[in-house]
Design a protein around this ligand. Structure first.
Ligand code: GAL
Length: 347
């Protein structure tokens, strides 16, 4: 059986080599080893969807419905109309292979903010009462002076989302946003407020169309805010304010979402600059054997945003400590929750 599998693999390697040679003869350079082969996730490498196109889900968010994960994010495709802003949606059952579902947002400036208007970091929540999918995104104008959230809705997870409104949550400036859904299903918006030098965690209203109340204000000028509830603690991760340039991201913990929050500590050796990435979200996979938490970061390429990479890596987490290991190839079994590092096959 093993021998059979090895032979099968040998054949597929041969065919890959033949195909690569054939492509190079006609002037097409084959891509680096594909993500998702044997479920391997390769942090920082090109990540292609089922169509063979670069996944466009930058500054993204993940929504899990039953056994399917939906990944939403900024679609920065070069072919996009420069006057519009786009959000793409992908689905996966294993977190490694992603199927393109739809460009769920493709809208022109909804609030007359001008040609450089901004729609970033989309996050989608599902409201079981209204049966609506509610998307929050950072809406801004030139120079990031508007600092609001936009709300869009759809009746289906991957439908075309309709623009509804924008507002400043809790009356505060709101730039980078994050999404947190607790184990009890309660939904929260995390948003960065520059004048107050910190980020807010606010509970969404019953229909998710507004924020209801402030749950915490974490006094630390950070963005890219992401929260996870792991064992008996809440962990928040954020980045310093250096735009698309990476910096050393930090974390804090609290026994309850409302605090008290600990002091911030680095998630990796500070000189590594979070392995050239910026926090975007934390995915908790509670499997039959164990629970794993995945750090999801963006490795931005400001001059070629469409080719910005994703740094996904399982965290070492527990007992109040969180650390991001050096990115290596890895895989996860979403049913058991078990992650494993895949040794580098290069000599
Ligand atoms: C970062 C932010 C990104 C994007 C970028 C633009 O600080 O996290 O989402 O807004 O600035 O410079």
């Amino acid at each position: 059986m093993i021998r059979f599998r090895l032979i099968g693999r040998f054949h597929s390697i041969c065919w890959t080599a033949v195909a690569a040679f054939a492509l190079s003869m006609i002037g097409i350079t084959p891509l680096a080893p594909a993500q998702g082969v044997d479920n391997v996730i390769q942090p920082g490498e090109r990540w292609l969807d089922d169509r063979g196109q670069l996944i466009q889900a930058h500054g993204g968010g993940i929504l899990r419905l039953k056994d399917t994960y939906y990944w939403f994010g900024e679609d920065r495709s070069q072919t996009n109309d420069p006057d519009k802003r786009y959000v793409a949606c992908y689905s996966s059952r294993d977190l490694a292979h992603w199927k393109f579902r739809n460009q769920v947002v493709a809208i022109a400036d909804p609030e007359n903010l001008g040609p450089k208007w901004i729609l970033e970091r989309p996050k989608v929540f599902y409201n079981a009462k209204t049966r609506k999918f509610v998307m929050y995104a950072h809406l801004d104008g030139p120079g990031y002076k508007i600092a609001r959230v936009a709300v869009l809705t759809s009746d289906t997870v991957d439908g075309n989302y309709t623009y509804v409104k924008s507002f400043r949550p809790l009356g505060q400036e709101s730039r980078d946003i994050g999404q947190f859904i607790d184990d009890d299903g309660a939904a929260y918006l995390i948003f960065e407020s520059r004048p107050t030098k910190g980020f807010f965690i606010a509970r969404l209203s019953d229909d998710y169309m507004d924020v209801d109340k402030q749950v915490a204000f974490i006094e630390a000028p950070l963005e890219g805010g992401a929260v996870v509830h792991y064992e008996d603690l809440y962990y928040v991760v954020g980045s310093h304010l250096t735009g698309w340039r990476p910096n050393s991201n930090v974390y804090a913990t609290a026994p309850s979402l409302s605090g008290p929050w600990s002091a911030m500590k680095d998630i990796a050796p500070p000189e590594m600059n979070t392995y050239d990435s910026q926090s975007s979200m934390l995915i908790k996979v509670a499997g039959k054997k164990t629970t794993s938490v995945i750090y999801v970061g963006d490795r931005w390429k400001p001059q070629e945003l469409w080719d910005s990479r994703y740094v996904w890596m399982p965290l070492d987490i527990g007992a109040g400590n969180l650390s991001l290991p050096k990115p290596q190839n890895w895989r996860i079994n979403v049913r058991t929750g078990v992650v494993s590092i895949v040794p580098d096959s290069k000599p």
